[in-house]
Design a protein around this ligand. Structure first.
Ligand SMILES: [Zn+2]
Ligand SMILES: [Zn+2]
Length: 292
């Protein structure tokens, strides 16, 4: 029934891939979740699905959808995000902690593939993590299933930095899907696995993103890459940041920090830094380096 290229406009999620489920799955919980793989679309991540009662009607009809079974199922077209939610609602206990993780995502490699949209902490921070720092790591799920995520993102506390440059950490979250690690599990990871740093307000680099920055018109209007950033003392409404595309004579305009962060997410790797610091984009390393 479902075709991978069919889409639907969902009032909740927008334009999405369309999938078919029985009306029980679409609207209720804890009804079981059965999928029908169409051999023509064997890789379909969102195969047609129905509940246990519908499965019983289907079996009674000799493994086919006769009129009675179809009427009972009353198939609905829903979006793929609603499908995942329906699966979790109806199969929660079965899915919970049923998968294993055997690897951490190499965030540096992922960032290289999409340096413009994908932001990671700077390397000088990732190689010098102090004990107690919470970092976000991405635990890849070894054999995920159609309609389920490929990884879980969780917080790990740094315990010590080893001589080889890797860290010993302790998992702070209880995973939802993964069974072979849990809260308190020791995790060995490298600087390349750190996807985010946990920063509390008034405790390390933190920025109120509703305050203004001065940003070159060339960056805002012409979408030029922000190569230079320096922080002077600010005011109650201004962070003190001045951000340029290539030279410090460019005309600046004041905009909320959030606006330039939406346009260039990688700026969040420096905008929490101190007054007096200045930064230059390093095209080879794909990150900002401190110049003063
Ligand atoms: Zn059903
Ligand atoms: Zn939806």
């Amino acid at each position: 029934m479902s075709e991978p290229d069919k889409t639907i406009h969902c009032s909740k999620h927008g334009q999405r891939v369309a999938t078919f489920v029985c009306h029980h799955l679409a609207h209720s919980a804890n009804r079981g979740f059965n999928i029908g793989i169409n051999p023509e679309y064997a890789d379909d991540p969102f195969p047609d699905a129905w509940c246990d009662e519908c499965e019983q009607k289907f079996e009674e009809a000799g493994g086919e959808w006769n009129d009675e079974a179809e009427e009972f199922a009353d198939i609905r077209l829903i979006c793929c995000d609603c499908y995942v939610a329906a699966r979790l609602r109806n199969q929660e206990e079965e899915l919970r902690r049923r998968f294993t993780t055997t690897s951490l995502q190499d965030i540096v490699a992922s960032h290289k593939e999409a340096p413009r949209t994908f932001s990671i902490p700077r390397s000088d921070e990732r190689v010098n993590l102090p004990p107690g720092q919470l970092v976000k790591l991405v635990f890849e799920i070894a054999e995920t299933e159609p309609g389920l995520p490929g990884a879980e993102r969780m917080w790990v506390e740094v315990k010590e930095r080893r001589a080889d440059g890797n860290y010993v950490g302790e998992l702070h979250n209880q995973p939802y899907f993964i069974s072979n690690v849990g809260e308190g599990t020791e995790v060995i990871f490298g600087p390349e696995h750190v996807a985010a740093l946990y920063v509390k307000k008034d405790d390390g680099p933190w920025l109120d993103e509703s305050l203004e920055v001065s940003c070159s018109e060339k960056i805002i209007s012409d979408d030029l890459w922000p190569c230079l950033a320096e922080r002077a003392s600010g005011s109650p409404t201004h962070t003190g940041w001045r951000i340029y595309a290539s030279d410090m004579n460019e005309t600046l305009v004041s905009i909320p920090a959030q606006q330039v962060l939406d346009q260039f997410p990688v700026l969040d790797s420096v905008l929490g830094e101190d007054v007096g610091s200045s930064w230059k984009w390093d095209e080879a390393e794909l990150e900002y380096k401190r110049t003063t």
